[in-house]
Design a protein around this ligand. Structure first.
Ligand SMILES: Cc1ncc(COP(=O)(O)O)c(C=O)c1O
Length: 399
């Protein structure tokens, strides 16, 4: 008889976006025609930049001619793209060999799938609050969780575990808190990982939002990190590829598990990808090459600037209304402390009912998210401005 994976019963029934839609539904139904401003979702809204569209078109064109048509490609990614990614890191002073680069269809699946190369009895450290994918995929794969509180007094940077864990998910710039770890903070995690023979899984999906040049955009900026860290990247927020789908994972050759020899993890991930993944779309990989070209980098960075200007508008607006906020300086997310000691869901209702603004209650990211809201800067400028005006009209403007 087929048996279910019982661990599915240990996670919430729906992903948090479903929960938010459900909670907002009664208000929307009873207020038809009311304009709603969405500051809740981490989804891109602006069109892909011209040089990248040209790359994607080129990918399509190639498929239309017998001489340039390609079918299945290498599961690890197009060799040109793997080399280009390696050069992109080299441009940042980091030495990543193309054989350590595995192109994927995005960071979310890699964050979950990477767990398969580690033992089932691994203890996985995740921050609280956390991007739920690390938590839920660890639970579903039967691993044990150790929570690292990420609280105000530490600038919302997770506390290093006191006991021994095996895997540590880190996300910087952080979703949901918008905090960014400094070199020193990441050095401490690397030191911990080395001492405890743990492995860091570093999610750098928002690295391109870092404007402060003193902050690390890659875990490999930390000395010794190649021996203890995997890095996962995504073009979703860096180039508007949320619907296009492209990312990559770096599994260094020198990365070593407690019981494995050097290169084992690189080989295991290669084995996993060649067995369970058939490579990212060839059309999309042409787009990825275009993103990493000098013109693609210039244009996509300009687009990131657009979202960062949204962030500034929201930050200034919220501050003027007297809210206590953090994040949103080198990240597209702002972490707002709910006023008057309200719970996240209570303040979610108040913001929706009074200002018609939808945000994400911090509690969906973990217990330490209670009393906070995540505000996302992804949106058309005019909607962001309207949302901020609506908040100020209903919660005051002291500027
Ligand atoms: C921290 C973090 N990692 C990964 C992802 C997913 O990235 P992708 O679209 O490449 O799957 C997101 C998306 O919101 C995210 O916030």
């Amino acid at each position: 008889m087929a048996k279910i994976n019982p661990h599915f019963n240990e996670v919430a029934q729906g992903y948090f976006s479903t929960e938010i839609a459900k909670r907002a539904r009664p208000f929307l139904d009873s207020h038809p025609g009311v304009e709603i401003f969405k500051l809740g979702i981490g989804n891109t809204t602006e069109p892909i930049v011209p040089s990248v569209i040209a790359g994607i078109r080129e990918g399509v064109e190639k498929l239309s001619r017998r001489e340039t048509y390609t079918g299945y490609g290498d599961e690890q990614g197009d060799t040109r793209l793997r080399h280009t990614i390696s050069k992109w890191y080299a441009g940042r002073g980091l030495n990543i060999d193309s054989s350590e680069v595995f192109v994927s269809d995005g960071a979310k699946s890699d964050c979950a799938n990477i767990l398969s190369i580690f033992s089932d009895d691994s203890i996985v450290a995740i921050s609280d609050p956390v991007y739920p994918v690390y938590r839920d995929s660890s639970v579903i794969s039967g691993k044990r969780i150790h929570y690292m509180p990420a609280i105000e007094k530490d600038g919302f940077i997770p506390q290093i575990p006191r006991e021994k864990v095996d895997l540590i998910f880190l996300c910087s710039p952080n979703n949901p808190t918008g905090s960014v770890a400094t070199h020193k903070q990441l050095e401490e995690f690397v030191r911990y990982a080395k001492k405890n023979r743990a492995i860091i899984i570093f999610d750098a999906a928002y690295s391109e939002y870092i404007r402060d040049t003193t902050l690390p955009r890659s875990i490999y900026e930390i000395e010794g990190a190649k021996g203890c860290a995997i890095e996962i990247q995504s073009l979703s927020k860096a180039a508007g590829f949320t619907g296009v789908r492209l990312g990559w994972t770096i599994v260094p050759k020198e990365l070593q598990a407690e019981d494995g020899s050097a290169e084992t993890l690189n080989q295991f991930w290669n084995r996993r990808q060649t067995t369970m993944f058939n490579g990212a779309s060839n059309i999309v990989q042409e787009g990825g090459l275009a993103v990493l070209s000098p013109e693609g980098q210039r244009q996509t960075h300009e687009q990131v600037d657009y979202y960062m200007e949204n962030t500034r508008i929201i930050r200034d607006g919220l501050k003027a209304s007297g809210f206590t906020i953090s994040g949103g300086v080198n990240a597209p997310y702002i972490w707002l402390q709910c006023p008057k000691g309200l719970s996240s869901w209570e303040f979610f209702d108040e913001l929706l009912e009074k200002a018609h603004v939808i945000t994400t209650p911090g509690i969906v990211f973990g217990e330490n998210g209670e009393g906070y809201m995540r505000i996302s800067a992804f949106g058309h400028r005019e909607n962001i401005e309207k949302a901020v005006r609506s908040i100020q009209a209903n919660f005051g403007n002291k500027s």
